[in-house]
Write a protein that binds this ligand. Structure first.
Ligand code: BG6
Length: 477
């Protein structure tokens, strides 16, 4: 009997990246600074002070990179556009050289039959908007983000069928306004929820503009979803897991799909005096921004237990060095705190490795929202070693990806509508706070924190593994 693939014939086997993490050329051809270009200048902001000034020089080497994608057989490539390359001041004048770069990149992809998936915003806000009105804290950004998006829709929607609006709003807002580990490095929950509400409105406004413009194609946000588990079946711990799910997951996804904040999470914010200011018209705008798909960035699950104390604030002690066991429990007093899941292995950066969690994430989203899902990120950050014979044997990554792909197949069998799968990442790239030693790619880039060396591209073992998966449409699993 002939084996049949669980994946549809047009399943988007892809891989992903983000402008700041790969492009370099931070001040070339009319590009102005983004908030990340400025943030990384502050001593101690990133691992060993690394920046994306050169990154992996994709800006100058995109043809070589796309050729490698074609050799691997990629069906889709997700990348982000740097706003300050297109509109250097965030509003106003358009930089034609910036548009040309992305236009050429899209053409290069299409030449090989690779579907471009374009992210409008992957964290690199034009610095001018931060300086002039405080970026996401001002409602002015709603119009500016929409105008910027409309430029891209007008220019590229003849060739682009998939758009991602905001990448991981939950991450850039929490890290930017609560943990102070991303720009603008604020620690203020009230400001965080205000900025987050404005980002929700901006996201909805862009999706509404896409619809009103009558462009072909699909659009949706990418959400960093960390499904929650209870540490055990103790009812208090189960409740903690639910609180986590409401406040850290449904709080964003409900807004995207339903256009409303979840009632229970909002009650918590109201009780704590943290609820965002809602003006007349906000609710209508949120409802008008229903996406065509949910973009899912999945890396890990979280395990929760009750947090009766008021001793632990919502803080983030991150492991940015790759020395295992450096993360600490975090949580919200009275609601939940994170616990170690005794059943799961972790990466060197203390992220749980949980393929079944991906099936669970897909099922939960499908069940609650009944919307197609595009997996826009999933991957393993690891120390890869370039051997003397010029090979990189990333068996850990193959194992990780294989198990995750297999769980996607099961979710499809469960009835989830999965449009595609983009691994993170295609080439190695800058891992925001963790430098270049935390690698994710199918293609090794020979550089480190100290030196750019020659930035040579070297195919890892996983490159060939994914090539077979794509060619066999998942049957080689
Ligand atoms: C996601 C981001 O949060 O995870 C990516 O969208 C990021 O930009 C990826 O690189 C992995 O995170 P990290 O911190 O390991 O680079």
């Amino acid at each position: 009997k002939e084996e049949r693939s669980l994946f549809s014939s047009d399943f988007l086997w892809g891989s992903a990246s983000a402008a700041y993490q790969i492009e370099g050329a931070w001040n070339e051809d009319g590009k102005a600074a983004s908030i990340w270009d400025e943030f990384v200048k502050q001593p101690g902001a990133t691992y060993k002070g690394t920046t994306g000034n050169i990154a992996v020089d994709h800006y100058h080497r995109y043809k070589e990179d796309v050729k490698l994608m074609a050799e691997q057989g990629l069906k889709a490539y997700r990348f982000s556009i740097s706003w300050s390359r297109i509109i250097p001041n965030g509003k106003g004048e358009i930089n034609l050289e910036g548009l040309k770069f992305y236009s050429d990149l899209i053409d290069e992809l299409l030449k090989y039959g690779i579907e471009p998936i374009v992210t409008l915003y992957h964290w690199d806000l034009p610095y001018a908007l931060q300086a002039s009105y405080g970026g996401w804290e001002s409602r002015e950004i709603i119009q500016d983000f929409t105008e910027y998006a409309k430029v891209l829709f007008e220019m590229f929607s003849d060739r682009v069928n998939y758009w991602v609006s905001l990448n991981e709003q939950n991450i850039f807002i929490m890290h930017g306004y609560l943990f102070a580990t991303h720009p603008p490095a604020v620690k203020d929950p009230k400001r965080m929820y205000e900025a987050n509400h404005i980002a929700n409105l901006a996201n909805a406004s862009v999706i509404k503009a896409f619809r009103e413009g009558g462009y072909k194609g699909k659009i949706g946000p990418s959400f960093a979803y960390t499904p929650s588990y209870a540490l055990d079946c103790q009812p208090e711990n189960c409740l903690a897991a639910e609180q986590h799910q409401e406040l850290l997951s449904y709080f964003w996804m409900d807004c995207y799909v339903r256009g409303t904040y979840p009632r229970l999470a909002m009650k918590v914010l109201e009780d704590k005096g943290l609820a965002p200011t809602q003006l007349p018209g906000d609710s209508e705008l949120l409802k008008a921004g229903r996406p065509d798909f949910m973009g899912l960035n999945y890396y890990q699950t979280a395990t929760l237990e009750a947090n009766p104390s008021d001793g632990i604030g919502f803080d983030s002690k991150m492991n940015t060095t790759g020395e295992k066991g450096k993360s600490e429990s975090k949580g919200l007093p009275g609601l939940f705190k994170t616990a170690v899941n005794p059943t799961l292995e972790t990466t060197n950066w203390d992220w749980t490795i949980d393929p079944v969690g991906l099936r669970l994430a897909l099922r939960r989203i499908a069940s609650r929202y009944d919307i197609p899902i595009l997996i826009t990120e999933n991957g393993l950050g690891d120390f890869d070693k370039l051997e003397e014979d010029g090979t990189v044997n990333d068996a850990n990554r193959i194992d990780f990806l294989e198990k995750h792909v297999s769980e996607i197949g099961k979710a499809i069998e469960d009835g989830v509508d999965v449009l595609g799968y983009c691994t993170w990442s295609f080439t190695d790239l800058l891992s925001w706070l963790n430098g270049y030693q935390k690698r994710y790619g199918f293609v090794y880039v020979d550089r480190d924190e100290e030196s750019e060396k020659e930035l040579t591209r070297i195919k890892k073992e996983s490159f060939y593994w994914y090539k077979d998966i794509i060619k066999s449409n998942g049957l080689s699993l």
